[in-house]
Design a protein around this ligand. Structure first.
Ligand code: ADP
Ligand code: MG
Length: 907
């Protein structure tokens, strides 16, 4: 590797204490700042550790080295807070050993212990990896504990060599990715939670734009904060009003008696940047912007103020937020009523959905821990709130409504962790084309296609529902009842045969099992009762008999959940009572989850309190109850699996692949489809089983190649495929001839190509014939926002017709590999149903894992299509592959940095 280009991007990220810093490459204009950092910023002792002595010239030399004319081989990053350079990290390529850069670090003394060095290193590792650097080396003094700690905590393996009071550190950059990613995640989580404190647990609040006019947004929110009994100080800011509601109003944030933690902005769009800057300068730590309709300039001004002054931002176009913790009690929103305190965390992109959701939770009786209306999501997103709730011991249920994802891969990674501890439910908004159009114009956010979203939710263990009602139905069950066993076998019980049959149908349709029950279970039931599942207790059943029966069911091994459908009959012993009363005498908390269905109930779902104080969810129809049970079963399955690890794919030669990709893009800067030989090189580098192929430019070469390959081919035969650049489907235009047995066949096939395609034809590919088998399609597409999506489907020529496909986002886990195969409708073909021997599933898994790895390593690979991959009992072979490359800025989706809202981008 000869040249290293400096990283040209800037990014903002959070320090361990939640402070926002800007990271950007150092250049000549930073000379003064770098000099100051190494002089005023460092104590004498720090300088000694940094420069191994107290040479007077060392700081100036460092500034010259880092801020001279840009040099190939040098990467230098600075961390800034406002105008102050608080730290730098740089690395410079060495002549020897190869691919190794010498690393140096300096952090101003007063910024120590806040994760500055680690953050700089993470970004430098990223830049170095992109530049092809594979090792960092650094000399440190033995006594430099701080630096040794930084390296120990980084998450990358560190090799140390001791000599004469010095330690030579060597860090390989391309190893142990998962451990490094987890370490980065953990730091990101802590920093994020620290930065959100001022927003979600503020000690004081200012309402800026509190007008005197009754009914205005500002006035309404101010009134709600006060009436809601906020535990800290509340101030109104309005330049035109001396007092509002009999309380003093201050002309500006600066004029307030103390600095508020949080400012809620209800000012006109044009005033937002100025007010935000004023808040930041005063020391406010978080903003909720209710204002909507910000133009690009206003958006940019708002973002600049937030980043410069370390403020986290909710909105703009937010409905506000709520914190119900009794020690805080903040109701800063203008939508609904202050929710009952409880344990559900709620975040919504659309305010309207938020109001509806809070309303339904209130009806049901699920209380809320915190509620945030994210609005246009310039900064704080669903990802931030998941991390907050994960750390917040008041929250044990997360409810999200998201129309768009800023960084879906980071979100998926967070969600995958959080769903292990608490259920995360979401409304999958923007599924249809019409819905997506709505999403795009509504919150200026492009919602993403269904498959990709589904893949994201599945892989993260998120409970995705199709609407608010289904979300609340599922929440009702997950909140109050235990999870069923992953098998999901339901005992359906009713006191009227017909409704029991409907409920059993609903269960089966939702993917649950309704197993036959042993006759003994029903001993307590009246004569005439039928114990086969669905169970018909007959209308004559008494409450005590039903209770005994439920006890027996709960003990039954074949039962994972109980669904009881009741019609008003003898069960209602007291006039005016509904039949559910018969269930309330017993416990709500049993070994298995229990739900009831009461067909004449007015609301879709409500809780009824049982003898043990627990809640029994009662639904108004069995479809909703069954769907909720299915969601709970899916969650149980998710938890039963070990946490997904990225699937291993060994022997992937990244450098060989890199040289194919770079080689192609250098000669084709505009991108395009690889030719057959480069395709083969790239796939081979990652161990993908492409069949042997020989390139033939003319009839004679084809004949020679075929003679050599015929030995390898099934039945001594070969395939001949015409090729020209830009070709799409070959067989459709007669460019594929298979099963060629003799030299004459090959020659005449080639001549026919030459006749048919004329001067277009650049040559042909000769391959041995593969033995017949099951033909699958395996492929990857890069989504601009979601990253690579890996697809597996039924292949061959019927592929498009049958459209039997499953998709997952890379990186794939072992579990993804398994479920992709089993979820295909054609899965029985693979396991040998229908007489054929079962195919080699390990080979399918290996193809998928390698494709995932390839696409993850090379964002330039925008499309790869392996169709067909022919499966045999002892392996798999791909006989046709197409790959499209495009220049793409390579970036690490997990790098710690704050999002840049699209609304504030562009010049
Ligand atoms: P295209 O997809 O562009 O039409 P393919 O190269 O996939 O062209 O060939 C079409 C079909 O021909 C394949 O789906 C497969 O059934 C068969 N085929 C092609 N090459 C071979 C081969 N080497 N061995 C066995 N069958 C082949
Ligand atoms: Mg094909």
């Amino acid at each position: 590797m000869s040249t290293v280009h400096p990283p040209h991007t800037t990014a903002e990220a959070l320090l361990a204490d939640g402070t926002t810093v800007e990271l950007r490459p150092l250049g000549p204009q930073d000379h003064r700042a770098v000099l100051d950092l190494h002089t005023e910023g460092l104590s004498e002792e720090s300088r000694r550790l940094r420069f191994f002595g107290v040479s007077r010239n060392a700081p100036a030399q460092a500034a010259d080295r880092l801020c001279g004319a840009p040099r190939a081989g040098l990467l230098a990053l600075g961390a800034w807070v406002g105008e102050e350079l608080i730290g730098e990290a740089d690395c410079e390529l060495l002549d020897d050993p190869p691919d190794t850069a010498e690393l140096a670090l300096a952090v101003a003394d007063r910024w120590h212990h806040r994760g500055v060095a680690t953050l700089l290193l993470e970004h430098l590792v990223h830049a170095a990896r992109m530049a092809g650097i594979r090792f960092f080396e650094a000399d440190t003094l033995f006594g430099n504990r701080a630096v040794h700690q930084v390296f120990a905590d980084l998450g990358l393996p560190v090799q140390r060599r001791y000599a004469q009071g010095e330690v030579r550190i060597r860090v390989p950059l391309d190893e142990s990715d998962e451990r490094y990613r987890s370490a980065v995640d953990e730091r990101g989580r802590r920093a994020d939670v620290a930065s959100l404190g001022a927003l979600l647990r503020p000690g004081s609040v200012a309402l800026v734009g509190a007008s005197r006019r009754a009914g205005s947004v500002g006035r309404t929110v101010l009134g709600k904060i006060r009436r809601g009994g906020f535990a800290g100080a509340v101030w109104a800011v309005n330049p035109h009003a001396g007092e509002i509601d009999g309380q003093p109003a201050y002309p500006s944030v600066r004029a307030l008696p103390a600095v508020p933690d949080l400012a809620v902005l209800a000012v006109p769009a044009g005033a937002v940047p100025g007010v935000a800057e004023e808040c930041g300068a005063a020391g406010v730590r978080a903003l909720v912007v209710l204002t909507s309709g910000l133009g690009t300039q206003e958006a940019r001004g708002l973002m600049r103020a937030c980043r410069r002054h370390s403020m986290r931002l909710v909105g703009p176009n937010s409905l506000g937020m709520v914190q119900t913790d009794p020690t805080i009690r903040l109701d800063a929103e203008f939508g609904g009523a202050f929710p009952r305190p409880g344990s559900a965390g709620v975040a919504v992109q659309s305010g309207g959905v938020g109001i509806a959701l809070l309303q339904r939770l209130a009806w049901l009786g699920i209380g809320v821990s915190s509620f945030v209306s994210l609005g246009d999501k310039y900064d704080v997103s669903g990802n931030d709130l998941l991390q907050w709730w994960e750390a917040d011991d008041r929250t044990d249920l997360a409810l999200l409504h998201l129309e768009s994802f800023g960084s879906p891969r980071a979100f998926a990674r967070t969600a995958r962790r959080v769903t292990r501890t608490i259920p995360v439910l979401t409304v999958d908004a923007g599924r249809s084309t019409a819905g997506r159009r709505g999403a795009a114009s509504h919150t200026a956010a492009a919602a993403t296609p269904t498959v990709t979203r589904e893949a994201l939710f599945r892989q993260a263990g998120i409970t995705a529902t199709r609407g608010i009602e289904e979300l609340v139905d599922a929440a009702a069950l997950l909140h109050a009842q235990p999870l069923p066993a992953p098998r999901g076998a339901v005992a359906v019980v009713s006191n009227a045969g017909g409704i029991g049959i409907l409920a059993a149908d609903a269960c089966v349709e939702a993917g649950l099992v309704v197993p036959e029950l042993p006759a003994e279970v029903g001993e307590s039931l009246p004569p005439g009762a039928s114990v086969r599942n669905p169970v018909d207790t007959t209308a004559a059943v008494r409450p005590a008999e039903l209770a005994l029966f439920l006890r027996a069911l709960e003990r039954e091994e074949a039962v994972d959940a109980i669904l009881v459908c009741l019609a008003p009959t003898a069960l209602c012993e007291t006039p005016g009572q509904d039949p559910v009363h018969a269930l309330l005498e017993g416990p709500a908390r049993r070994r298995v989850p229990i739900v009831a269905v009461l067909l004449d109930q007015q609301v879709p779902v409500r809780y009824r309190t049982c003898a043990d104080g627990g809640s029994l969810p009662v639904y108004s129809d069995s479809l909703s109850a069954a769907r909720a049970l299915a969601h709970a079963r899916d969650r149980a399955r998710w938890l039963a699996e070990p946490p997904p690890e990225p699937a291993a794919a060994s022997d992937c030669d990244r450098r060989a692949a890199r040289s194919v990709v770079d080689g192609y893009l250098t000669s084709h800067p505009e991108g395009g489809w690889l030719d057959p030989l480069s395709t083969a090189d790239l796939l081979e580098a990652y161990g993908l089983p492409l069949t042997t192929l020989v390139w033939a430019r003319d009839e004679h070469m084809a004949s020679v190649a075929a003679t050599g390959l015929r030995r390898l081919g099934h039945g001594g035969k070969v395939a001949l495929k015409a090729y020209w650049p830009g070709q799409v489907h070959k067989s459709a235009v007669g460019a594929v001839r298979t099963g060629l047995a003799t030299d004459a066949d090959v020659r005449s096939a080639y001549r026919e190509f030459a006749r048919k395609f004329g001067s277009e034809l650049s040559g042909a590919v000769v391959q041995p014939m593969a033995a017949p088998g099951v033909e699958l399609l395996a492929g990857v597409v890069q989504d601009q926002v979601f990253g690579p999506l890996v697809v597996l489907g039924l292949g061959g020529t019927a592929a498009d017709l049958l459209a039997d496909r499953v998709a997952r986002l890379a990186p794939l886990s072992d579990r993804d590999l398994t479920t992709m195969v089993t979820e295909l409708r054609s899965a029985p073909l693979l396991s040998g149903d229908g007489g054929a021997p079962p195919v080699d599933l390990a080979a399918v898994r290996s193809v998928l894992a390698r494709l995932s790895r390839l696409a993850d390593d090379f964002p330039e690979l925008v499309e790869a299509d392996l169709n067909p991959v022919i499966l045999h009992p002892d392996g798999a072979v791909c006989v046709d592959a197409r790959i499209r490359l495009e220049r793409r800025p390579s970036f690490d989706p997990y790098l710690r940095r704050l999002r840049r809202p699209a609304a504030a981008e562009g010049e």
